[in-house]
Design a protein around this ligand. Structure first.
Ligand SMILES: *Cc1c(COP(=O)(O)O)cnc(C)c1O
Ligand code: SF4
Length: 346
């Protein structure tokens, strides 16, 4: 099923493409100094702020993602997602540490239930990349580490909730853990008769395409559950040849691929960028799903794009793209029964 890489492409693979995903994950850039050095940006301008931000939420950038950034360009849209800026240490009214009030929706340790038919399992708190705008940057992940008893309770809770037909592997990034553990989860969940679908919310196939390895493809293609993978790509430059290939393998394993983005100032706040993102995703076999309005998380207010502007951008997309390439503009509001669609024509 899995095709060998044609020799023509093989010749162009950079060195990091031959390393295993575990190796790439552990060798990520995790210091502001290293990040600036690799991108050839002057320390005088960026280092003090980057160090301050790094203390609040550590820098973490995997090699294959870094390789897609433009050297010497502080406005690079990929770099902007991972480089801490001075704005992070400023306070802004209304920007809080748990904007989605998730701590109130915990069904049992590791399981978040906000919506009737879906439950979200926090497989791990670890991520392959630390995105500065992440609404979970202040989440107390350590309290959510699952021991075997917790895992048993998650399965029991799901088994006792016949309205739940879909389990979402989330985190952190669920693909940051090994496939043996994921396959165990998938098997246990597939044994619950009312669960039909398994969804993964992950950035890993994009930031480290090598994560789409044979072990992953094996359990994905053999689970009786229908599999949906929701990627998180914000800018078309995140998708390179290796990513496209990895996404092709996931599709060949039977997964439906969707994408959610967050609208971010300085990254994707232009109609032309969002248009190109939808086109690039579709070429890679991925359909746009959600475009999230920015969650008011403390330390990230400089990414905020006001609703009025977001609405105009999506209206512009409607005029440029077929309907199936226009993501739904939504916001997550605490206590609601679903994501809240933002009305484009108020
Ligand atoms: C976003 C989210 C979901 C998924 O919602 P969909 O609209 O089905 O994509 C499920 N559970 C939680 C807790 C969520 O935050
Ligand atoms: S949870 Fe997602 S958005 Fe947040 S830091 Fe991890 S990969 Fe980035």
């Amino acid at each position: 099923m899995i095709q060998r890489t044609p020799a023509r492409i093989e010749a162009h693979l950079s060195d990091h493409e031959h390393r295993s995903w575990q190796q790439l994950l552990s060798e990520s850039v995790t210091s502001p100094e290293e990040l600036l050095r690799r991108l050839e940006l002057p320390e005088e301008l960026w280092l003090t702020a980057a160090r301050q931000g790094h203390r609040l939420f550590p820098v973490r950038v995997p090699e294959p993602f870094l390789a897609r950034m433009e050297k010497g360009n502080p406005a690079d849209p990929l770099l902007r997602q991972v480089l801490p800026l001075a704005e992070e240490t400023a306070r802004a009214p209304g920007f809080v540490s748990d904007p989605l009030e998730e701590s109130g929706a915990i069904a049992t340790t590791g399981l978040i239930r906000k919506y009737r038919s879906r439950a979200l399992l926090m497989v791990t708190g670890q991520c392959a990349i630390n995105c500065r705008y992440c609404f979970r940057r202040h989440f107390p992940y350590d309290e959510q580490r699952l021991n075997p008893d917790d895992r048993q309770r998650v399965i029991e809770t799901l088994g006792a909730s016949p309205e739940i037909n879909e389990v979402i592997f989330s985190g952190g990034d669920p693909l940051a853990v090994n496939d043996r553990l994921l396959a165990q989860w998938a098997t246990a969940i597939a044994g619950i008769p009312h669960i039909r679908r398994l969804r993964l919310h992950t950035r890993l196939p994009v930031v480290i395409p090598q994560r789409v390895c044979n072990e992953l493809l094996k359990w994905l293609s053999t689970t009786p559950l229908q599999v949906i993978i929701v990627l998180h790509v914000n800018h078309p430059a995140e998708i390179d040849t290796a990513t496209r290939r990895a996404l092709g393998y996931l599709r060949a394993a039977g997964a439906t691929l969707l994408n959610q983005s967050v609208i971010l100032r300085g990254v994707n706040d232009r109609a032309s960028v969002l248009e190109e993102l939808s086109e690039t995703l579709f070429e890679a076999g991925v359909l746009p799903y959600y475009l999230h309005a920015f969650d008011p998380v403390a330390g990230a207010h400089h990414y905020n794009v006001p609703d009025e502007e977001a609405r105009n951008l999506v209206r512009e997309l409607l005029s440029r793209l077929p309907g199936f390439l226009v993501p739904k503009l939504v916001r997550e509001e605490p206590g609601k029964e679903s994501k809240t669609p933002i009305n484009l024509f108020p």
